[in-house]
Design a binder for this molecule. Structure first.
Ligand SMILES: *Cc1c(COP(=O)(O)O)cnc(C)c1O
Length: 631
């Protein structure tokens, strides 16, 4: 891993000229003289390009070209670019020296870089003549980079990478991963990406944010935060590896980049998933997938065996009595493998339902031709243990009872302790779909009398999708040989293959996903285990409900039945349009989930994944922004 050896800065909007206003005003004035009124947003669009290219890009904007056609009775052409640029250049030259104030934190950060022997280069959309003015002004203030490269030096400007590469040549620095580019426009980010260096956007005072210092500083803190988040999204969507708010954050980022695993670049997410899974995972979990593994090699199988042991330890204190079997596919495949592999031909399944995931277990029994009874408590009803006791007393044919722990359909948390007591007292097998709760809510399968608990990689353990797992009571599973209604979903065969092959799966296993899961388990331990994760989710959930209530959104459930996993909210009024709400939040960086029940119009917001209090607060600000503008 090469340490960072050079930083290449952009000039206007990045190291000098807060907000990059010098060229902006001149573009607007020059076009105005020719009868074309540009909006500031239009004028800013190509910012970062060489200035002649910028003039051309503006002139050939469809709206501008059409207007030009009307005014001049012909389409714009290259000679017009020359003429406009001929006026632009001297006008800009006249104002440049007043727009060369070095920005906050630049000198301190440069001193930090120099102390570490990190070189400082620069690229720009200005010409060499313009740069003579700007560099002289900057030098008076103490900012003197080791290299200054303009488009004239290499023949082309951004987004092509050649100015940046010329810097590396001049500074004698390589490979590109030892270099950080910092800029304030989309063209800057693209230049960095195209050169293969770490590409970083600086937010405050950037052209993308497009505000003067006084305008920005007059904002309320919440508005400032929103403006920053919006600018960050623009950078990340352009391919930035990271963003910093101000230059003062660059040293910490450089230290982080130096430490990033094996030169591997994992981009930030453009939005946070507030969903029940797949959910937002950490960069380190995603980075764990960037290596290939052989499915029958010992290195990989050792990982699988360790994971199986760790999963059992996560599920119970009585580790000798239980085993963990991993199964390819999404969570439903693992549910189906249990239902299809553990109920004997003459057996019968009782399914307790209050939502879509309970219904799905019923559907599996139907498709597999397994005898079953469904005891439904309604979409928003709680499971009644007395009725369960009565049904078990009356129907001796029932061999197994299945229930969902957290019914993700609504966010309802079912009382599996009471259910388990009755099931065990009546000596039946107990299957729990703890897909969306395992790892996020403390439980012990032995204490709860659970024979088979099912969960998957992409929920509270915070891995990526690709497999599920079953925590099984060995004495129960060992009696299931030959019972399966499916070859690939045969839980017993998968178990014995894993035991005999010391971690070998029967068919191709999702190796990269397993490796990511291993990292996710490590991060769960580092967080402090299930109890600490539960505390974080519960805090997320309380903050969410309090904040949403204050904004006029009532939760479907009172806290008692409510899980810390996902929360359903009622539409605030009949005119509420979920799609518009969803799109508005997504633009601010938050993806939520539609509702799934027929009783009342609802939507859902998840609290699980790499989601923290600050994220929930950010979401609440985005919701507040939406309700203000839409009312
Ligand atoms: C996510 C989930 C499942 C599995 O869904 P898949 O789409 O197959 O991963 C099953 N049950 C519950 C309660 C869930 O939340």
């Amino acid at each position: 891993m090469p340490n960072i050896q050079a930083v290449i800065f952009d000039w206007a909007g990045t190291t000098v000229d807060y907000g990059c206003f010098a060229p902006l005003e001149v573009f607007v004035n020059v076009f105005a003289k020719h009868g074309v009124t540009l909006t500031l947003e239009e004028a800013r669009g190509p910012m970062g390009m060489a200035k002649r290219d910028h003039v051309r890009a503006l002139l050939f904007l469809p709206r501008v070209a059409a207007l030009w056609n009307e005014l001049h009775r012909r389409a714009p052409k290259e000679a017009d670019v020359d003429a406009l640029y001929g006026e632009f250049e001297p006008a800009l030259m006249r104002t440049l020296s007043q727009h060369a104030e070095v920005l906050d934190g630049v000198l301190e950060t440069c001193a930090w870089l120099r102390e570490r022997g990190i070189k400082i280069g620069s690229t720009t959309g200005y010409t060499a003549d313009m740069m003579r003015v700007v560099t002289a002004e900057a030098a008076k203030q103490g900012y003197v980079p080791d290299a200054v490269v303009t488009a004239e030096d290499v023949g082309v400007g951004r987004p092509q990478p050649f100015m940046l590469q010329h810097n590396l040549r001049m500074l004698g620095v390589y490979p590109p991963r030892a270099v950080v580019k910092v800029g304030d426009t989309v063209a800057d980010i693209q230049e960095g990406v195209n050169a293969g260096v770490w590409s970083v956007g600086v937010v405050v005072g950037s052209s993308v944010m497009g505000m003067t210092r006084s305008l920005y500083e007059a904002l309320f803190p919440g508005e400032r935060e929103e403006a920053c988040v919006a600018a960050e999204r623009v950078f990340l969507e352009a391919g930035a590896d990271a963003t910093i708010r101000t230059m003062a954050e660059l040293p910490a980022l450089i230290e982080e980049l130096s430490a990033r695993d094996e030169q591997i670049q994992v981009p930030d997410n453009p939005y946070l998933l507030l969903t029940p899974g797949p959910l937002s995972t950490t960069k380190t979990v995603k980075a764990a997938m960037l290596r290939d593994w052989c499915t029958w090699d010992d290195d990989y199988n050792r990982i699988v065996q360790q994971l199986r042991a760790d999963l059992v330890a996560l599920a119970t204190g009585q580790t000798d009595d239980y085993t963990a079997v991993l199964m390819q596919g999404s969570g439903t495949y693992s549910v189906e493998s249990v239902v299809g592999s553990v109920i004997p031909n003459e057996g019968k399944l009782l399914v307790l339902t209050n939502g879509a995931y309970g219904d799905r277990i019923v559907r599996i029994a139907q498709v597999l031709g397994i005898a079953y009874t469904q005891l439904d408590f309604g979409e928003t009803g709680e499971i009644n243990p007395d009725i369960l006791a009565q049904v078990l007393a009356e129907d001796a044919a029932i061999t197994h009872v299945a229930v969902v722990h957290c019914e993700t359909t609504t966010g309802m948390l079912n009382d599996i302790a009471s259910v388990g007591k009755i099931v065990k007292a009546r000596n039946r097998g107990f299957i729990v779909d703890a897909m969306s709760s395992f790892g996020g809510i403390p439980l012990d399968v032995a204490e709860l009398g659970i024979d088979y608990l099912v969960s998957s990689a992409n929920k509270c353990i915070q891995g990526v999708p690709g497999f599920g797992f079953v925590i099984a009571l060995k004495s129960a599973l060992s009696g299931c040989k030959g019972l399966a209604r499916s070859l690939s979903l045969d839980l017993y065969d998968q178990w014995t293959a894993m035991e005999q092959g010391h971690g070998k799966w029967r068919f191709t296993s999702p190796t990269h996903v397993v490796r990511a899961f291993c990292q996710a388990m490590q991060e769960l331990r580092e967080e402090g285990g299930v109890a600490a994760r539960h505390a974080r989710y519960a805090q997320n959930q309380r903050t969410l409900v309090e904040g949403m209530r204050a904004l006029g959104f009532a939760p479907l459930f009172e806290q008692g039945q409510q899980s810390p996993i996902i929360t359903s909210f009622l539409y605030p009024d009949p005119a509420f349009d979920f799609q518009t709400f969803y799109e508005a939040l997504k633009r601010k960086g938050y993806v939520i989930y539609p509702g799934k029940i027929s009783k009342a119009p609802t939507f859902r917001i998840g609290n699980i994944g790499d989601v923290h209090a600050s994220d929930i607060k950010g979401l609440l600000r985005a919701v507040a922004g939406y309700t203000e503008t839409s009312s």
